[in-house]
Design a protein around this ligand. Structure first.
Ligand code: PEP
Ligand code: MN
Length: 262
């Protein structure tokens, strides 16, 4: 069902007046984790000012270590909803438990399924049973074929609103956090009708190369880019080394916009 052979036209995700896919690329930004109302509000105000319409923020955090910050959970979703309504932003947040999928629809505009859960088939089925758009991340070491099949799980249950996002894959290369598989973008665009984004934060883990990687993604045909931004990255409860502060984000955004690709 996800194949271009089944449906030639691009799938377009409509979030109110915000469109993902089928035309103008989108920039999605926001903190790695929702940490507090003030933290999210500070980012939202900066995004609004920059003209960004979609904000991300993790409330359920799938962390490598059980001793690391696990997220604010439902409380975090409430913060996102409150701040988003104040600033008129659309929101994306990760859900990790099938039992939370329906509830999440009341708080956020797009449900993210994270890299670690790309093959959590019960979660994919639950995501397929709602009609809220799903942002599906490529697994840590997933082939493109496995990625496409994960999307098929969702679509086969009737949820046609799926966005794919390349977030880097595990390779031997240590210069970046993961290896951004830029070739996945044109392959996914050719083989599926779904919007394709690139997460430059988790794929590279390097703020110094995020702007060129974002431009490469857009030049390769991506429908948008996702990046993390935090008011004070040094104190961030997750991904402290990789999040832009607000001026850095503005500089990044200007560089990407300056390319004329966004
Ligand atoms: C995230 O986007 O918050 C995240 C945890 O990323 P990933 O699942 O790609 O590691
Ligand atoms: Mn992160």
């Amino acid at each position: 069902l996800v194949s271009r052979k089944k449906k030639a036209e691009d799938t377009v995700i409509q979030l109110g007046d915000v469109t993902i896919g089928g035309g103008k690329p989108v920039m999605i930004a926001g903190p790695c984790s929702v940490e507090s109302y003030e933290q999210v509000r500070t980012v939202a105000a900066a995004l609004k000012e920059a003209g960004i319409t979609v904000m991300r923020g993790g409330a359920f955090k799938p962390r490598t270590s059980p001793y690391d910050f696990q997220g604010l959970g439902i409380e975090g979703l409430k913060i996102l909803k409150e701040v988003a309504s104040e600033f008129g932003l659309k929101t994306i947040s990760e859900i990790v438990d099938p039992a939370h999928i329906e509830l999440a629809c009341d708080y956020i505009d797009v449900i993210q399924i994270g890299a670690r859960n790309m093959q959590n088939f019960e979660l994919l089925k639950a995501a397929g049973d709602v009609r809220t758009p799903i942002l599906l991340k490529r697994g840590l070491a997933a082939t493109i074929d496995e990625f496409v099949h994960a999307a098929e799980y969702i679509l086969s249950r009737g949820n046609t609103q799926i966005i794919l996002i390349e977030r880097g894959i595990r390779t031997y290369e240590k210069a970046t956090r993961n290896t951004l598989d830029i070739s996945a973008v044109p392959i996914l665009k050719q083989e599926t009708h779904l919007p394709v984004l690139v997460d430059v934060t988790h794929s590279t883990g390097r703020k110094d190369i995020m702007a060129p990687c974002a431009k490469a993604a857009l030049a390769a045909g991506a429908d948008g880019v996702m990046v993390e931004v935090h008011p004070d990255p040094a104190t961030a409860l997750s991904d402290a080394a990789q999040q832009f502060n607000i001026p850095q984000f503005q500089e990044f955004y200007n560089q990407v916009k300056g390319s004329g690709l966004l």
